[in-house]
Design a protein around this ligand. Structure first.
Ligand SMILES: NC(=O)c1ccc[n+]([C@@H]2O[C@H](COP(=O)([O-])OP(=O)(O)OC[C@H]3O[C@@H](n4cnc5c(N)ncnc54)[C@H](O)[C@@H]3O)[C@@H](O)[C@H]2O)c1
Ligand SMILES: C[N+](C)(C)CCCC=O
Length: 494
């Protein structure tokens, strides 16, 4: 692994005009508990916001409730035009937004410039394009007929995780707004900055006040939003423990939910796989964003015949990772998001060692400021080890070996999670056969972690409920009203 030397990009302004964005404007909450924002590359405080108090939560929910009927009454074409304009503005400002995302998350600019704001823009463009064609259907029943109307749900709450703040905000806001809902979005308290930019940009694009609001704060603020009777739907991206709480709270009010939760996804590499493709997939599925990706294929099952070559090539290619200042465009591996996350991941590395896995490379705390560790690869991992069972959410790849297809499928499915799965093989018949038997929502054959807006994204089992992206998301932000129209006399028995 090498360190970078190039001078970093200019730092963007990180202190927002106000902590929250409600009814089309930045708002401060002078009495709110301070919420410092830390730059993971050096531990410095780059902004200080406040957690929303009850008055602010009320202000945001009232704004979203007030704005919803008029927003839903606009045509889909009108709503879509605003979302598409917002997508254009995001693309125009991608460089600045990417630098901000890098400072908020610590992810290398090399990644954020292609995968964060641009992915958000894709969602706004895609759902903006769909907005005009969200329709019900007509069924003729003799002279009578039934028609259905696809209606918005009302006020939606979006709650985000810290790894893809802008992407998560857009993946929730775009379909919700396209369908005529309004939203109160609460970003993760760890990475609160870019959702505010999204609100600012949507307002600039012509979004009516109150349609998209951002309030900051921790789980207590999220909980206040989820429990409010005005809320029709909650979409959470977060961990399974949080998902359990939010799902239960939403159930009190029989609210709609989308749950995008954690995973421990398998990647199956067969002897006949293209070695470099498989190694590339394992790198993308374990070390991109310093391993902090929900869908990562962290259990890498490698067939015995290719195992030695796979480990050698993986270690060799990891040696080319450029660890350094994430604002340096040549950096390809940045810090973890926080000291707490770093401590947690290093704890898993220790557990791997203690339980007898072989550390092939990495796994060390780096001697520099910021929350850095080297990407870790464990070999000789067995199914019962902690590192093979629990979501680590950091740069730790576990290699498990296997002999037969049946064995690999059974072991891959032996997990309560089911977010993603990948297969690497040159035999496409095997690729489809195996992927068909894996219990996962988002699957890949000879690729990994590619999640275009056109593809449904989401998990099965503990990894979640519902889907984001694609046409499927429309179903999760609308409800059907059916209307039976009688065209003849009404016949009653008495
Ligand atoms: N499936 C996906 O699409 C996806 C994407 C990204 C991250 N994730 C998952 O997210 C996790 C990492 O993110 P995290 O550490 O921010 O997760 P987290 O569960 O700690 O927090 C997620 C969000 O929930 C909020 N929250 C916490 N308690 C709450 C409560 N009681 N009521 C309402 N809101 C509450 C937090 O403030 C935060 O905004 C990982 O498990 C990862 O797999 C899933
Ligand atoms: C688009 N990615 C990189 C697969 C991220 C999806 C969201 C999960 O963390």
């Amino acid at each position: 692994m090498s360190e970078t030397a190039k001078s970093p990009l200019e730092r963007p302004r990180t202190q927002p005009e106000g902590s929250h964005h409600i009814d089309g404007a930045y708002v401060a909450d002078a009495g709110g508990r301070p919420l410092p924002v830390i730059y993971p590359a050096d531990g410095s405080t780059i902004a200080t916001l406040e957690h929303a108090g009850p008055d602010l939560v009320e202000q945001a929910l009232a704004a979203a409730s007030r704005a919803q009927p008029a927003w839903a009454a606009m045509t889909g074409t009108e709503r879509g035009r605003i979302l598409r304009r917002a997508a254009e503005i995001i693309r125009e400002r991608n460089d600045e937004l990417s630098r901000l995302e890098t400072m908020d998350t610590g992810k290398p600019y090399q990644e954020t410039v292609v995968a964060d704001a641009t992915s958000g823009a894709d969602a706004l463009e895609y759902f903006g394009g769909l907005a005009a064609s969200i329709t019900g259907e007509h069924v003729q029943l003799g002279d009578d007929f039934v028609y259905s109307v696809r209606q918005p749900l009302g006020v939606c709450v979006g709650i985000g995780a810290w790894n893809y703040p802008m992407q998560i905000a857009c993946w929730k806001a775009a379909p919700a707004l396209a369908c005529g809902n309004t939203m109160v979005f609460k970003p993760s308290e760890t990475t609160p900055l870019s959702a505010l930019k999204l609100a600012e940009i949507l307002t600039e694009a012509g979004l009516p006040d109150g349609v998209f609001n951002v309030v900051q704060g921790d789980g207590a603020v999220g909980s206040a939003l989820v429990g409010d009777p005005r809320v029709a739907k909650v979409s959470l991206t977060g961990s399974v423990p949080t998902g359990r709480k939010v799902y239960a709270a939403a159930a009190e009010g029989i609210r709609h939910v989308t749950m995008e939760l954690g995973g421990k996804s398998p990647m199956l590499i067969f002897d006949d796989a293209d070695l470099d493709d498989a190694v590339g997939g394992a790198i993308l599925g374990n070390f991109y964003s310093s391993g902090q990706i929900c869908s990562n294929g962290t259990r890498v099952f490698v067939q015995k015949g290719i195992l030695p070559a796979f480990l050698d090539r993986l270690a060799e290619r990891l040696g080319h990772a450029v660890i350094g200042d994430p604002l340096d465009p040549t950096t390809s591996f940045g810090p973890l998001v926080s000291q707490a996350q770093l401590d947690q991941v290093l704890g898993f590395v220790q557990a791997g060692r203690d339980e007898g896995a072989r550390l092939v490379t990495g796994g060390e705390r780096l001697d520099r400021e910021g929350f850095y560790m080297s990407p870790a690869v464990f070999a000789d991992v067995t199914d019962e080890m902690t590192i093979a069972r629990e979501e680590i959410f950091g740069p730790v790849l576990s290699v498990l070996s296997f002999e037969t297809e049946e064995e690999a499928i059974a072991r891959a499915n032996a997990t309560p999670y089911g977010l993603a799965a990948g297969v690497f093989t040159r035999d496409l018949r095997r690729g489809h056969r195996v992927i068909g038997k894996l219990d996962a929502g988002s699957c890949f054959i000879n690729a990994y972690n590619l999640t275009p807006v056109e593809a449904p994204f989401g998990g099965v089992k503990l990894s979640g409920v519902g889907r984001e992206n694609s046409r499927a998301a429309i179903e999760h932000y609308t409800q059907l009203k059916s209307v039976y129209v009688g065209m003849g006399p009404v016949e009653a028995p008495y």
